[in-house]
Ligand binder design. Structure first.
Ligand code: ZN
Ligand code: ZN
Length: 306
């Protein structure tokens, strides 16, 4: 694939207010390629898995690649717009000491990477208590979050993402997310709200009333201050399905109307919206999905690159 130059990139609207909108992009070929991929889809914020999500392997960024990355970020005006998604293997609620230790080490590595890459935040899934129960593991989770922030040496936020729900999962409701953030005692620990995961775990987002109930609960339990990011995904499965299956915006069970309603709320517009949708099924979030979300947000659409 040809490297998209900034001249071929979709035009960026400078004047409209509203949430920054972007998507998850590939780092294939090096971390600097993520910036090209973000520019090519008109993303104002972007997320990556700097290392494959199913491995513990750390990323050692080569100096030359790092310089290329920094140059591209500066050219694209995307400073501080990068979000890192930590590996799925992380489990801060594991009763197994070895897995906990590895999870903390992995998150510390990600916080170090965030500093190196000038990323805004590290997003992670809190994991599963493996049958022991949330209450029993909460003190451990709080201590682990504190340790990651202290050892990470980065100003980046550490964002707990809500889960879709499945055996022993933690963080599939806002109450557990709130208690984890509280238990950390750190203002650097915040929240990423994934629309598909929320819908799958039973939060109705298709009606005004359902959205108000969900956002009121968010306000009451967590407050909007720790909310730092939205993962904007439609759902292949129905309300309360507990299944993590993302769909393109408007092609799933949540639907365009829900995103329009959610984006009408000023508290939700304050934070960036990041797509993690399949796109054409190969490349992930694309310009078309970005434009659908921009339309929901009342922003003008971007022209396709020529
Ligand atoms: Zn995630
Ligand atoms: Zn997500």
């Amino acid at each position: 694939m040809a490297s998209p130059s900034s001249a071929a990139a979709p035009e960026r609207a400078q004047t409209l207010t509203g949430p920054l909108i972007g998507g998850h992009v590939s780092t294939r070929g090096g971390i600097h390629r993520a910036v090209d991929n973000a520019v090519a889809i008109g993303a104002e914020v972007y997320q990556t898995h700097p290392t494959p999500g199913q491995t513990w392997r750390p990323l050692l960024v080569d100096e030359i690649v790092l310089q290329q990355y920094r140059d591209k970020v500066a050219d694209a005006g995307l400073e501080g717009r990068h979000y890192l998604h930590a590996p799925y293997l992380i489990n801060l609620a594991s009763p197994k000491a070895a897995l906990l230790k590895q999870s903390v080490a992995s998150l510390v590595h990600y916080m170090e990477l965030a500093r190196e890459l000038d990323a805004a935040a590290v997003v992670f899934h809190p994991g599963s208590h493996l049958g022991v129960g949330f209450d029993a593991m909460l003190p451990q989770i709080g201590a682990a979050l504190r340790e990651v922030v202290e050892r990470g040496g980065s100003d980046a936020l550490l964002l707990v993402e809500n889960s879709a729900g499945s055996g022993g999962c933690i963080g599939c409701n806002l109450e557990e997310i709130a208690r984890m953030v509280d238990a950390s005692g750190s203002s650097q620990v915040g929240v990423c709200f994934d629309t598909q995961h929320a819908f799958a775990s039973g939060y109705e987002l298709r009606t005004d009333e359902g959205i108000q109930r969900t956002l009121d609960e968010l306000q009451r339990l967590i407050g909007f201050e720790p909310l730092a990011l939205v993962h904007a995904n439609d759902s292949r499965r129905g309300l309360g399905s507990m299944v993590d299956r993302h769909a393109n915006i408007g092609e799933g069970e949540i639907g365009v109307e829900a995103f329009t309603l959610l984006l009408r709320d000023a508290r939700m517009r304050r934070v960036p919206w990041l797509l993690e949708v399949p796109g054409d099924g190969v490349s992930g979030p694309d310009l078309q999905n970005i434009n659908r979300l921009r339309t929901c947000a009342g922003r003008e659409t971007l022209a396709a690159p020529r």
